[in-house]
Design a protein around this ligand. Sequence first.
Ligand code: ATP
Ligand code: MG
Length: 289
Amino acid sequence: MVSIYSITNQKGGVGKTTTCVNLAASLAATKRKVLLIDLDPQGNATMGSGVNKYELTYSSYHLLTQKVAITDTVIKQTSAGYDLIPANADLTAAEVELMKKPSREIKLRQALKKIEEQYDFIFIDCPPSLNMLTLNSLVASKGVIIPMQCEYYALEGLSALISTISGLNQTLNPDLHIQGILRTMYDGRTALTTEVSKQLINHFGNKVYRTVIPRNIKLAEAPSHGVPALHYAKKSRGAVAYIALAGEIIRRQEKNRKIPKRKQLKSGIVKKSNKQPLSRTSTTLETEH
Ligand SMILES: Nc1ncnc2c1ncn2[C@@H]1O[C@H](COP(=O)(O)OP(=O)(O)OP(=O)(O)O)[C@@H](O)[C@H]1O
Ligand SMILES: [Mg+2]
């Protein structure tokens, strides 16, 4: 069964696109069928997958506005090893056009139904805001992966995302859940990183992936070569970390499939975390700064 994940965080520059591209490449390298959907008008995931965003015939804009069939928007087998629905600045117009349409939040979900069974994983790279594009992504997804930098104000804005997820649980997407929190650009040598990291685990429990993505220059350099880090510097700490994350995601899935939900609760696989309100988490940090 396909796993559809939104990679999202309204905060800009936290590693959403880097995670999308490198996770997609790592899973494709394990022979999984992967589709990456670029839903950000910046088109960074498109360029990072080796596709020129200035030379697109069709893109996620055409998909959302139903100008062509979804199959026409898919670029099969990019050099990065996965299929891609690309994006460029045209996508900003989709937001405006969607506003006039009924059922505007479910356009992506409707379109994906036609092709989702071809894939093991579909990742959607979201823009840094909670707009109609992100909403379409959340409605189409089963889980949300939230990349976060362990720094001051990291949690700011997260409560809006969490209440959007709860709202969708009551309406368009009852099964949507946080799949995992990913610590990115991690530098365990700083006290602030370890403190924020501890607080994330306090709040989100085992939703926080064990794998952390280190700050690594190869991850930042790879997009300028139009390839994931795995194809640019496969032994780099960054590439290795994303391979480890892919492994963790596969293992989690297998575990959850084997154990029925009731037992998962008992064994702590979906153990309730020791939740603190998000606002308190940030003020604790404030006093320590
Ligand atoms: N682990 C890392 N180590 C070093 N640099 C990184 C790492 N992750 C991301 N970067 C760099 O940080 C910048 C922001 O990353 P990225 O584009 O993935 O974030 P984003 O959340 O998608 O941003 P936006 O909100 O603008 O879409 C990029 O220049 C990227 O190359
Ligand atoms: Mg991005």
